[in-house]
Design a protein around this ligand. Structure first.
Ligand SMILES: Cc1ncc(C[n+]2csc(CCOP(=O)(O)OP(=O)(O)O)c2C)c(N)n1
Length: 672
């Protein structure tokens, strides 16, 4: 029984596709998935690989029936339980199995394993081991298809439990707002790991719930191959015709535990029996015989042929080599090659920092047709701080407003960037990144590494941070160290108007996910900007002042305070160097070391972020471990103490370091 519903009322789509499913071939595919999954469990039991495996035994219908509706323009994302989807997309059993066995010949050379494998050459964008994280990314893949008018449709599969995730909610909201060509396939096996879905969703109709978002939604029995194929074909056709996303709730039996070692002590025998009775394989076999699409002899021959394919994959995968340990560090980022920055330009245009960033965005939009900009209030309103003002007018729909959905914004940026676009997105306040950190840390940072450089995510996230008078503790933090800690992403903090322009252009040109952390306090501060400066590479510090007595290292907003402190120190007879790191990842250690030497080995590191675990700790650790002999005295750190940021300007000023503290610490260092 199928119900198509949209916007709360039952409604047939204007588009109907022919479901041309070949039942015999579908049975062959389902059997291949089943036998491979059973083999994977056997191999895990025999300890041929490490870690957990999540198999899809009983859930073979959705991948086979849905992928049958797709063509070469389309893309598929799945979860850790995604082997069936990969196989249905055409990934060869050997490539899949040797990845599950973590071998060099696997789809990801052993970097992804059972739960996180991908095969873009087969349209399989990949699995995801973070529940629901694939949904926002699928939106981005679909956004690229929509932007290029390729007609491509993106399918993302996930479990019933995933519908309780914030990322899933945001993704549905975002997909509807943008009318994206996505088919959301919820494989409802009744269990969210070890908890029945009815415990958390009392009405248990996930299609119903999706309908509440204004989404076209269909509930269908996953044991009914023909019916699933029919509704899938309709959903894909709707998406292709520009009618927007559909949510398919496909009820499937869960014939085994959540993962290989799950003995299901929490599950009743009645529930298991009920699920066993819905095993789709004998049902499809029976249908084929009843409809005389093949006779028993032909099916026995087909089954033997599938067994042979699986046996061959087993033998080959067990013989396959392990990855070369020497390659473990490859493909974290595209390149970390850079040069130290020269002096700031003396001629150019005088622009405020915020306007300089605006100019960079406008210039890049002009030069890169694949670039899009999106975020909260950034298009028609021009951004909370006016940085994107005027761009919507000039570039139309390439600059658009989104729902207040940070995870959906970042996920869309990832999916779109891996599919040929070059998005620049804005997170209004860096403090808000916390609600969507998964998309940066677990998703974006892994794209290149996992695919061994075959897929990259060239997008930029702009945000601003810092303690400004009157802002509360949730709008005042300096969190750069959090991101600089993550391999696979690049992080820069412009301290001048010229760098607000030049570093943003460098970030947009870079092929890795790059975060530009602007300073709210600098937006109105003007400086000379060379609008025609050649586009730099990401990375490279800038020596802002040369002295011989002490080196002050800083970045972002504090650089100005350090320069003022150096001026004051000069009046005291102490000549200080000031080095603006600009980029924390990649870190220009060579410039730090060179500046240290010319300042006689005395150094102070200054930042606005809290002391403990601040990036200053990293700079100090590297100086001590790699340049100990060049140091003259202890390395000193000046930072905001480990306190929350209060709103009162009086209290805030008692915590955030300023010029006077820099002067006194630099004096202490110089006099050592
Ligand atoms: C964000 C996140 N939270 C929790 C987990 C641990 N976890 C892995 S699978 C899973 C159950 C998900 O259930 P469901 O979405 O129904 O999919 P199924 O496993 O049944 O296919 C959980 C809680 C995770 N991987 N990611």
């Amino acid at each position: 029984m199928t119900a198509v519903v949209s916007g709360g009322r039952a409604e047939a789509s204007t588009v109907h596709a022919q479901a041309g499913l070949d039942l015999v071939d579908a049975y062959r595919q389902m059997l291949t998935i089943r036998l491979l999954e059973e083999l994977i469990l056997d191999l895990r039991r025999a300890e041929h690989m490490a870690g957990s495996v999540h198999v899809s035994v009983g859930q073979e219908v959705p991948p086979v029936a849905v992928v049958a509706a797709l063509d070469e323009r389309d893309r598929v994302l799945a979860t850790y339980r995604g082997h069936g989807w990969a196989l249905a997309c055409g990934v060869p059993p050997f490539a899949l199995l040797s990845e599950v066995l973590q071998r060099a010949t696997g789809t990801n050379g052993g970097r992804g394993g059972s739960a996180y494998l991908s095969a873009p050459a087969y349209r399989f964008v990949g699995e995801n081991s973070i529940v629901a994280a694939g949904l926002p990314i699928a939106n981005g893949v679909a956004m690229a298809a929509q932007y290029t008018e390729s007609g491509g449709v993106t399918v993302v599969s996930f479990g019933d439990g995933a519908t309780n995730q914030g990322a899933a909610h945001e993704a549905l909201v975002f997909a509807i707002a943008r009318r994206l060509p996505v088919v959301f396939v919820c494989e409802n096996n009744g269990w969210s790991e070890m908890t029945p879905i009815t415990d958390t969703v009392p009405n248990a109709s996930l299609a119903d719930r999706a309908r509440g978002y204004g989404m076209a939604a269909v509930a269908v029995d996953g044991a009914d191959l023909t019916e699933v194929a029919r509704v899938a074909a309709n959903s894909v056709a709707r998406a292709r015709a520009g009618e927007g996303p559909t949510f398919l709730e496909i009820s499937v039996p869960r014939l085994l535990g959540h993962y290989n070692a799950d003995v299901e002590q929490y599950r009743s025998e009645e529930d298991r029996d009920a699920h066993r009775g819905r095993d789709p394989l004998p049902l499809v076999r029976q249908t084929i015989l009843e409809r005389e699409l093949a006779d028993a002899g032909q099916l026995i021959a087909l089954e033997a042929a599938v067994q042979e394919v699986v046996d061959r994959a087993r033998a080959d995968a067990l013989e396959a080599p392990h990855p070369d340990p020497a390659t473990a560090g490859d493909h974290v980022v595209g390149t970390s090659e850079f040069q130290a920055a020269g002096p700031l330009p003396e001629t150019g245009k005088s622009l405020a920092y915020g306007l300089a960033a605006n100019r960079a965005l406008g210039r890049e939009l002009e030069e890169r047709p694949e670039m899009v900009i999106f975020g909260e209030d950034i298009a028609i309103p021009g951004g909370t701080f006016g940085v994107t003002r005027g761009l919507r007018k000039q570039f139309g729909e390439r600059v658009f407003d989104t729902p207040i959905s940070e995870a959906a914004i970042l996920g869309a940026a990832i999916g779109a960037s891996t599919s040929g676009l070059r998005p620049v997105v804005e997170i209004m306040w860096m403090d808000f990144l916390y609600v969507a950190l998964d998309q940066i840390v677990n998703q974006a940072a892994n794209v290149r590494y996992l695919s061994r450089g075959q897929v990259t995510a060239p997008f930029v996230v702009r945000m601003q941070q810092g303690a400004a008078p009157g802002s509360c503790a949730q709008h005042s933090q300096s969190l750069e160290a959090l991101l600089a800690h993550i391999p696979g992403i690049k992080v820069g903090l412009p301290s001048t108007a010229h760098d607000a322009y030049a570093m943003l252009r460098a970030a947009i040109a870079d092929d890795d996910p790059t975060v530009i952390i602007e300073s709210r306090q600098l937006y109105q501060v003007s400086g000379v900007v060379d609008l025609d400066a050649p586009v730099e590479r990401v990375g490279g510090a800038r020596l802002r002042r040369q002295g011989t007595d002490v080196l002050i290292v800083s970045w972002g907003r504090m650089v100005d305070d350090c320069l003022q402190a150096a001026e004051a120190l000069s009046g005291l007879g102490i000549q200080a160097s000031v080095l603006d790191l600009r980029w924390l990842a990649p870190l220009d250690m060579a410039s730090i070391a060179a500046a240290l030497r010319s300042a006689g080995g005395k150094v102070v590191v200054v930042h606005e972020a809290n002391l403990t675990g601040g990036f200053g700790a990293e700079v100090v650790a590297r100086l001590v471990s790699d340049h100990f002999d060049e140091l003259d005295g202890p390395v000193r750190r000046l930072a905001t103490p480990d306190v929350r940021i209060p709103t009162s300007p009086v209290l805030r000023d008692a915590l955030v370091p300023g010029v006077d503290q820099i002067v006194s610490l630099a004096r202490e260092a110089a006099d050592y």
